[in-house]
Design a protein around this ligand. Structure first.
Ligand code: ADP
Length: 480
């Protein structure tokens, strides 16, 4: 069992009180060892309604902007003060290396900090003079109760992106974390209890996704749902909110191209690829998925990548020397194995890696890194997000083919392009239909800049001012 000063209450937080025991529980397991860490309540529609109604009550009176700023900065301080313990909980329930978890806590704190920098934009804006004999004011009102649904790959950061925007906008919320990694949220709620938020302003509910999700979609007090997860569930949420016409912000799957032009700095591109591809064992939505390399440099680039991948160590993320933790579960492991097998069967050539050993159970699903060349667009690895440590390299002969290959996906989240020619790289960045383009860097999103998808990777933005406006409703008042 997981002992932690931040987990003295393990439960849901509804209307300002902890709901602990229930007859049904969800076990949370350490993905590196299979060890049981804790159990969280398996709640459903009834408790979701209670949480929504408590949230609606908590935001009946508009919360002054200064109070929101104080809470946001309070959370930044709490995250900083408890950085190491939060990181430990993230690694224990998610599996990523501890150093990445520490980075995740800092990244999460950034969203709360950045949100405070945009509160000024929520001030009422008066139009100059009188128009039609009236004085006009534009307001950014809190949209209503926010439903926040988060995935398991960044248990703290994905929540921070949403919660920071909701609090900044003045919205009370109901959060449903992923069943696989709810403990980080429980720890954050434990910390937030020390802030003077009104009862019901932030609610946390764990349990079966469908009844909770359906209730958030249907309840009239919920006006915004912010979701990060699979495209399939995103589409379902669109259907479910349609009869109720409510706002959605969706960050869905990606299939990131990583383009290396013939004039690229090969060493720099290889460093960036390895950092992007193997972060969180390849389980991030911005991970390079399709590596597109100019024919002339394929060999040199592949060699540079292999020499780096050969140094990566796989193991329990609590070991400070480990670079890649386990995959989250057996389903995740099976998907990567399927992509690898399909690529090799259809003519791909493995240039690094050995056949991965199938795990015996649901956890300890370690997958050793793989590098495969000769990837073609018909292979699974080109068509779907692999979400694992498989580098899939394909070649192109000219720039337009690279652009066509890169855009040849229904997804549009992250993309990367490497070239020493700045104007060429800029030209490509404009041709890429992706919400995020890294030019000569493998950097993913930062709290200071808006992030989100195009096409079937979703809509809506997180971070920056845009991430706050997702939770606001614009109201125009004309005073005659
Ligand atoms: P993944 O495949 O990465 O787990 P999911 O889209 O299944 O992605 O999960 C992301 C989040 O969405 C999780 O919190 C999960 O519990 C939740 N979820 C899954 N199904 C539904 C649903 N029908 N309605 C609302 N949320 C859901």
């Amino acid at each position: 069992m997981l002992e932690s000063s931040l987990l003295s209450n393990i439960g849901c937080f509804i209307d300002g009180t902890w709901r602990k025991a229930s007859d049904k529980l969800i076990d949370v397991l350490n993905p590196a060892t299979g060890e049981m860490l804790a159990s969280v309540p398996d709640l459903g529609a009834r408790e979701t309604v209670e949480a929504i109604e408590a949230a609606a009550l908590a935001m009946r009176e508009t919360i002054p902007v200064d109070v929101r700023r104080r809470w946001l900065l309070g959370i930044v301080k709490l995250l900083n003060d408890h950085r190491e313990e939060l990181a430990r909980i993230i690694t224990l329930e998610q599996g990523k290396p501890l150093k990445e978890s520490v980075g995740e806590v800092d990244y999460a704190a950034g969203f709360f900090r950045v949100a405070t920098e945009h509160l000024y934009a929520l001030t009422d804006r008066e139009l100059p003079g009188t128009i039609r004999d009236a004085r006009w004011t534009v307001r950014h009102a809190p949209a209503g109760v926010a439903g926040l649904i988060t995935p398991w790959n960044f248990p703290l950061a994905m929540l921070a992106k949403k919660l920071a925007g909701a609090i900044a906008a003045g919205c009370a919320s109901v959060t449903k974390p992923a069943d696989l990694t709810p403990l980080t949220s429980v720890a954050l709620w434990h910390l937030m209890e020390s802030l003077d938020m009104p009862r019901g302003f932030v609610n946390l509910i764990t349990g079966a996704a469908k009844p909770i999700g359906d209730t958030l979609c249907a309840h009239p007090a919920v006006r915004v749902i912010s979701f990060t997860g699979s495209t399939g569930v995103g589409k379902l949420l669109m259907q479910n909110v349609a009869p109720h016409v409510k706002r959605l912000s969706l960050e869905l799957g990606g299939n990131a191209p990583f383009i290396v032009l013939e004039d690229a700095d090969i060493e720099k591109a290889a460093d960036a690829l390895v950092a992007s591809k193997f972060r969180c064992a390849g389980q991030t939505c911005v991970c390079a998925n399709r590596v597109l390399v100019h024919l002339d440099i394929e060999q040199a680039f592949t060699d540079a990548v292999v020499s780096r991948v050969a140094k990566l160590k796989v193991g329990d993320g609590m070991d400070a020397t480990v670079d890649l933790g386990p995959l989250i579960n057996r389903a995740g492991w099976d998907k990567v194995a399927r992509h690898l097998e399909d690529a090799l069967r259809r003519g791909g050539k493995r240039v690094f890696g050995t056949d991965p050993q199938p795990p015996t159970g649901q956890r300890a699903c370690f997958f050793s890194p793989q590098v495969v060349t000769g990837i073609t667009p018909d292979m699974l690895v080109s068509q779907e997000e692999t979400f694992g440590p498989l580098v899939a390299i394909t070649t192109f002969a000219d720039e337009q083919t690279a652009i066509d290959l890169a855009n040849g996906t229904p997804y549009g989240l992250a993309s990367y392009v490497f070239s020493r020619d700045a104007s060429r790289a800029q030209r490509l960045s404009r041709a890429l239909r992706f919400g995020h383009v890294g030019v000569n860097t493998g950097s993913g999103p930062i709290p200071d800049a808006p992030f989100g998808g195009m096409k079937q990777s979703g809509f809506g933005r997180e971070g920056a001012l845009e991430g706050v406006l997702e939770f606001c409703e614009v109201q125009t008042v004309c005073e005659g």
